[in-house]
Write a protein that binds this ligand. Structure first.
Ligand SMILES: COC(=O)COc1cccc(COC(=O)c2cn[nH]c2)c1
Length: 249
């Protein structure tokens, strides 16, 4: 997978040189390229923003530098992208996007080419996204209901969530199967040596070697945690198997 990131703070993305994503990059599993938006300006001050039409505080990012940056990326990938006919995905972290979830990460992990646009200030001129729809599948995505100063931190999170799902990036693919949210529930608690630590013992069941009972216990723990911390993730009250609900009668 190729991932291009456009930002006014390229140094922010140095974290992508570290750990598993960094290793995948060095091994060629992930082709990650960082671009400085200011390289696509032509004035002496390398201006990327201006005051908002309609007034209001803050500044808005000009569309032209973005269009030049995105055109250059699309042109440099044209052969590869055309090969499979799919347009690259333009992923835009923004508080006003659809919610980024594991299901979105799974979907994006199937893309051949992601281009991540890190906005700053009050955002990017809306016309950029209208224009980009010709060349890209545009996806405005939110990490959650809070506001950051820019898209770089969100880009790191999204790139890690997507990159780790690309085959070969995580050594043992088994570890991707039993994860929080992969089955729609939160993850069960985990323990390691010593079995007794500061007067606290590991749940006996986990030392039993009875894998069937351990699996059942872990699923119960997932349900309990999800009920307690994220009831919104639970499926609507399902009837107990065999019970007739009113609508069935
Ligand atoms: C239409 O989108 C844009 O113009 C993007 O521009 C901006 C402007 C400011 C901040 C951000 C970063 O995203 C978040 O704050 C964010 C993402 N997830 N949750 C919070 C992006």
């Amino acid at each position: 997978m190729r991932i291009d990131v456009v930002t006014i703070f390229p140094e922010y993305l140095q974290a992508l040189d570290v750990s598993l994503i960094g290793k995948a990059r060095r091994e060629g599993l992930l082709d990650i390229r960082i671009h400085d938006l200011r390289d696509h300006t032509s004035d002496r001050h390398r201006t990327v923003d201006d005051t908002p039409y309609g007034g209001g505080a803050g500044m808005v990012m000009k569309p032209e530098p973005w269009a030049l940056a995105l055109e250059a990326i699309a042109a440099s990938a044209a052969d590869a992208d055309d090969a499979d006919g799919a347009r690259p995905v333009l992923l835009v972290p923004t508080p006003s996007g659809t919610l980024f979830r594991q299901s979105v990460a799974q979907e994006l992990a199937g893309a051949d080419h992601l281009v991540v646009a890190c906005g700053r200030y009050e955002g990017i001129d809306e016309r950029l996204f209208e224009w980009a729809a010709e060349l890209f599948e545009v996806r405005l995505v939110s990490l959650g209901d809070y506001v950051l100063n820019g898209g770089e931190v969100a880009a790191l999170a999204m790139i890690e969530a997507v990159g780790r799902l690309v085959p070969g990036v995580v050594g043992n693919p088994e570890s991707l199967v039993e994860e929080s949210h992969s089955d729609g529930l939160l993850e069960y608690p985990v323990y390691t040596k010593p079995s007794s630590w500061r007067e606290r013992d590991v749940p006996e069941i986990l030392l039993s070697g009875d894998h069937g009972r351990i699996a059942a216990w872990r699923h119960d723990q997932q349900l309990a945690r999800t009920r307690a911390r994220r009831p919104d993730l639970l499926p609507p009250e399902s009837t107990v198997p065999g019970d007739k609900t009113v609508s069935d009668l």
